[in-house]
Each structure stands twice: as structure tokens, then as C-alpha cells.
Design a protein around this ligand. Sequence first.
Ligand code: FBP
Length: 549
Amino acid sequence: MSYIRLDNLRKHYSPQIPKVLESLPAVEIATNYAPIEESVSAFFPATFGLPLLELKEPTSSEETQERIPLTVGVLLSGGQAPGGHNVIAGIFDALKSYHPASSLYGFLMGPGGLLKKQVRELTADVINAYRNSGGFDMIGSDRTKLEKKEDFATALKVAHSLGLDALVIIGGDDSNTNAALLAEYCQAVGDPLVVVGCPKTIDGDLKNAWIETSFGFDTCAKVYAELIGNIQRDCYSSKKYWHFIKLMGRSASHLTLECALLTQPNVAIISEEIAAHNRTLNDIVTQLADVIVMRSERGMDFGSVLIPEGLVEFVPRMKALIVELNKVLAENAHKLHLVKRSQILNYLAGKLTEESASFFLSLPKEMAYQLSMERDPHGNVQVSRIETEELIVTMLKKELDKRKAKGEYKGKFSALTHFFGYEGRCSMPSNFDASYCYALGRTATYLAVHHRSGYMASVRNLVNHPSEWQPAGIPLTLMMHLEERKGMLKAVIKKSLVDIEGAPFRYFRKHRHEWAEGIAYHYPGPIQYFGPSAVCDNTTLTLRLENHL
Ligand code: FBP
């Protein structure tokens, strides 16, 4: 029998593309204007108020201008997300079909590579080696922020030295906010460089009225759901463990919710609900203990619990502590290396309010250390490294022991913890993400061809067949609102959290009691790349429910 490696075979997969993107589309101004956050205009005097754009099939007489080769730069920013290479492939193919002498440069290791002019030309050989593959290793990524005037001036100098007509920034909300700032800078200094963004993040929190989902979310959720399903089947087979599974998603719980919809665990904690009801860690533990006791009484000393990695930041008391710690860490950054590890917790506690200090010191030591770790360049707590699942299990053991002592619980609690994060972020993109990313890349190129700067490439109608997807250009400033960052009001792209009145959460709320009480596990199995379209081309349940399917 012959043998073919899937990753090799996959290089030859042809993403399905919207009809509109098969050849150079025309750009039309959309008539359905959305409400605008006027307060943002002060921060973006040159680019605020751009119209929404739709890409349409051109009429045959439409293109009159001579085509001149374009030179475009691209960079990946932030955490990896499946499909990034296909965005680049989409940009490349559209550029070459626009004019074969066009060229594409990739900046190495993200925005940092742009500032240092670390760059490689992306030729057909390079692109072909990475088609439909996971990861960002074609050019790498980092979390360098582009937000200072000097950074923009350096970026422009680099762009000029390479003769760039356009720069495509593939990133999440913060990276696209920075893309908007660069576009604004270019406009303000009269530079013709076109800056276009693409919506990336496995967290799924870069979505709004115009962006249906960020790329990578679909694949990641499917990978995690496969693993959760496998664990649940093991759990149901041996009937002896409780599995506590933390899932990536720095702030929003979209990944946890989608995985819950796909696998129907006994419990899924959704951070946004915890925050909405002002629940404490003790409330969460009490609720979990109630489910464990109830299942035990029914003869089921086993189960599955999904925990979003951002949970700690949504528990009000913890949130207050993190805000204080952020400030203390920033103010004392230059002195911290002088403090011994054995003294660091007391040192930090000494600088917190009395209430936060006593809460901080009451936490398990490891957790307190994890909360004190350096923030990422955007000021975020590195929640992936906080072992919330361990904290919850430790607290649960105590609570169940108490109940046992009172004769309220007779079961056996044997807990195992897991964290699914990095194992999903670079996986081979699903058919959906492969096609979606490719379409985003083509859209970005066509926005550049039409000199539309300050836009995010968008592809909509995603629950339909890809041929019916609708590409568009969304003004970056349209997605912004004002937020306080490091004590200052800034205009930033708004992060989308789980809407607890939205259809996906309502579906979860309606069913979670039956999932808690019995066995309703689903075992989704691995991502399918071949087979019936209804199995291998579908996207998330979140999107289906949001579209009333
Ligand atoms: P982005 O928001 O940049 O897409 O990154 C998302 C994410 O994968 C989070 O889910 C996670 O908390 C974080 O990155 C981990 O970051 P790092 O790669 O720096 O450890």
C-alpha cells in the first residue's frame, strides 16, 4: 500500500473562493452606514469617517487604468492562529494575478522585524511550501507594539527603502489598532502607503457587526473539542476521574463556549457570566461542588469541566487585585530584579491596598507568583501561565472535605487537570479557515490595488458556501471605542466578549442542566479535510447559532 503524508497532500488543496474574488473586483461604497463612535474622531482626524466598502464583480467595461506592478509587505503580529500562511498565499496569488511582476515581502518576526528591516522576499517557491499549513513559521511573529511616532517614521522609512505600495498587518484587536494608527500617520504626513489589516486570533474576540469571526478560531475550537471529546470518552469508560480542562482565550470565553457546544461537558464556566453576576471564586467552587455531589449521589464520581484561561480576570476581587498589581509592577519595574524570589510576594503585598494584600497572600503561593509575572508588551497578564485549573481543584478538595466531614458527600474525588492552548494554535487549518484566510488575503490585496488605506479586510456570509461569501473593507476606526489604557483614554478596536444574551450562550444555558446531570457527551473526533461537505467545510456552532441555523 502506498503512503502519502497528509501535510504534503494538503499543500495541493485549493481553497474555495468567493465568486467575487475570482478576478479583480470593483469597490463600491456600501449604503448601510453603521452608527459611528464620534469620540474616536479626535484620535483619527485624517482617517475617521471612511465609508464601508463592498467588493463586487466588475462590469466588463469597468477597468480602464493600466495595471502597474505592486510591491506589498506583510507581517504577522501576536499569537499564532491556523491559516496565517493562507492569508499570505491569498495576498500573493491576487498580486500575481493582478500583475505578474508584482512582488511580496514578508517582515520577519512581526512588527519587530518591520522596525529592524528584517525581511525576505516571498517568492512562489516559498509560498507553495507553506500553502494550507498551520503555524506562522514562514515569517514568524512577535508582539512588538507600533504606536509611537518614531515607530511609524521608521516603518515608513523601511517601506520606502523597499518601494512598498502597501503593508498588510495580520493581527488581533491591538495589532489592528496599531495598523489604524500607522494609516493615520501616513495620511497625516501625506504618504501614499496603503495600510490594510486582517482579523486574526484564535480567541475569537475580534468580531463585531462587520467581522463575523477572526481566523483560526474555527480550527482551534475543533482541535480542542477533539481532545475534550477523547477525554470525555476516557472518563466515561473508566468512570473514576474528574477532568478540569483550561482552554485558551485570553479574555473572552468564545473558545470555551464553542468547545462546550461541540462536546457537551458536565460544566463549562463562562467568564462573562461570572462577571455579570459578580461571582467570587468561592461561588464558582460551591457551584462545582454541588454538581460533583449531585453526580456522586447518582453513582457518577466522574465528569468534565471546561475553564476559560481568562477566568481570573473576570472574578471581581481577582480583577481588582490584578489592576493593582499591574500598577505596582509597572511603577517598580526597575527595582524588581533586586528583590529575592523568596521575598517578592511580601514586597508586592506591601504596596497593595490592605484588602488586595490579604487576598493576594491568601492565594496558593504558585498562583501568587504567576500573577506577579511580567506583563506582555500590550500590558496583558499572561493568563496562559496562570494555573487557574489547579487553584480550582485545590479549593474544591477543601470544600468537598468539609462536606464529607458534615456527612453531605460520600463520593470519591479524583481530579486531573489539563491545559489546551499551544497545541491548537498552529494546527493545520480546517477547510473553513484555509478558504477564509485565502479569501481575506485576496481581499487585502484588492483593497491595496484600489488604494484603500485604513481598512480591515473582511469576508462575510460565512455560514453559506464559500462561493457566496461577501468580501468587504471595514474602516478600522469604525470598530473603535475609547478605553483607558495605562491611565490614559485611547481609541482602540473593541474586543468582543461572549454576549450572555446572544444565541450561542442562550443555547448553552438552556441545555447545561441536562449536561450536568447525566451523560450527554459528544465526541467530535478530528478535523476532517475530505468527505461530505456538511462534515468538512462547516464552520463553528457559534456562527451557526448567531445566524439562527
Ligand atoms: P492573540 O490575541 O495575539 O491572537 O493571541 C492569543 C493567545 O493565543 C491567547 O489565547 C493566549 O493567552 C496568548 O495568545 C498567549 O500568548 P503567548 O504566545 O505570548 O504565550
